[in-house]
Design a protein around this ligand. Structure first.
Ligand SMILES: Nc1ncnc2c1ncn2[C@@H]1O[C@H](COP(=O)(O)OP(=O)(O)OP(=O)(O)O)[C@@H](O)[C@H]1O
Ligand SMILES: [Mg+2]
Length: 267
């Protein structure tokens, strides 16, 4: 099996707080790989470690091995820049450059990398905006600032920005969470269309979406991988049950810990 991302024994801390613990996952090339789990379990952190954005966080510490396209990105700086240039990211909260125009938000990546200019760049910007389903809504105001767009439009602009660099690996953090059903469906179509051609790591809270789009994935809980494998093995009827069991088990443990502390205090 060709592999795009191989992570072994990855642990991540924000200061004293451990956000991921000995995570190991394997993302097959050309697949859509779903990352599932409850809020705060470390899904966004996991994506951030793949493209090293985690290093921008104050006090963040990374241990373990992260290979992207066969390059150990935390231990080979010269190669890692080259490899990470092929990685695009769509963030959980839309983060366009507000002072830049709609056009420049999409063009900035290819411009900075010297991938295209002039008419070529115009074509690329249009292609990316069409793919993200935004073209018709913005084609007459490409020079207006991105800040004038609605939240959902900003999200689709960020998807276009990520596509414009023609990534080989796309990290998508809940890309449809801010979208209405019609636009969410368009983005799902796009993900289907891109899969096979490129690899997509998709964070989603929506088990049905994972089933529709992904071939494999991982379920995280409290920073650990609880199960990994074909998407059906994770979701098939058992995803919600499994999650509920984990949460109630965790709550029971927490309650008994608190109770025993109280007894000790009293005692
Ligand atoms: N910059 C930071 N500093 C300190 N702790 C952080 C930071 N970013 C995230 N965390 C903590 O790390 C843990 C994992 O956060 P993360 O954002 O990866 O979760 P998530 O699974 O993406 O959650 P959600 O589904 O709500 O987006 C959480 O406990 C969070 O509070
Ligand atoms: Mg998140």
């Amino acid at each position: 099996m060709d592999v795009t991302v191989k992570i072994r024994n990855l642990s991540v801390w924000y200061g004293q707080q451990k956000a991921l613990e000995t995570v190991s996952i394997t993302v097959p090339k050309g697949s859509v790989y779903a990352i599932l789990g409850p809020s705060g379990c470390g899904k966004s952190t996991l994506l951030r470690t793949v493209n090293k954005l985690i290093l921008l966080r104050d006090g963040a510490k990374v241990e373990g091995n992260v290979e992207v396209f066969g390059v150990d990105v935390y231990n080979s700086n010269s190669l890692s820049d080259e490899v990470l240039a092929k990685v695009g990211m769509v963030f959980q909260t839309p983060n366009p450059f507000p002072h830049l125009s709609i056009y420049d938000n999409v063009a900035i990546g290819p411009k900075l990398r010297g991938q295209a200019k002039g008419k070529e760049l115009d074509k690329l910007v249009r292609w990316a905006l069409e793919k993200s389903g935004l073209w018709d809504e913005v084609k007459d105001r490409l020079s207006r600032p991105a800040s004038e767009l609605s939240g959902g439009q900003q999200q689709r602009l960020c998807i276009a920005r990520a596509l414009a660099i023609k990534p080989s690996l796309l990290l998508m953090d809940e890309p449809t969470a801010n979208l209405d059903p019609l636009n969410a469906a368009k983005i799902e179509e796009l993900i289907k269309e891109l899969s096979g051609e490129i690899t997509i790591m998709l964070v989603t809270h929506d088990a049905d979406q994972a089933r529709r789009l992904a071939s494999s994935g991982a379920l995280l809980f409290l920073g650990k991988v609880v199960c990994e494998g074909p998407i059906d093995s994770i979701i098939n009827g058992s995803y919600c049950d499994l999650l509920q069991n984990l949460v109630s088990e965790h709550l029971t443990t927490q309650t008994s810990k608190t109770k025993s502390k109280e007894i000790k205090k009293r005692g």
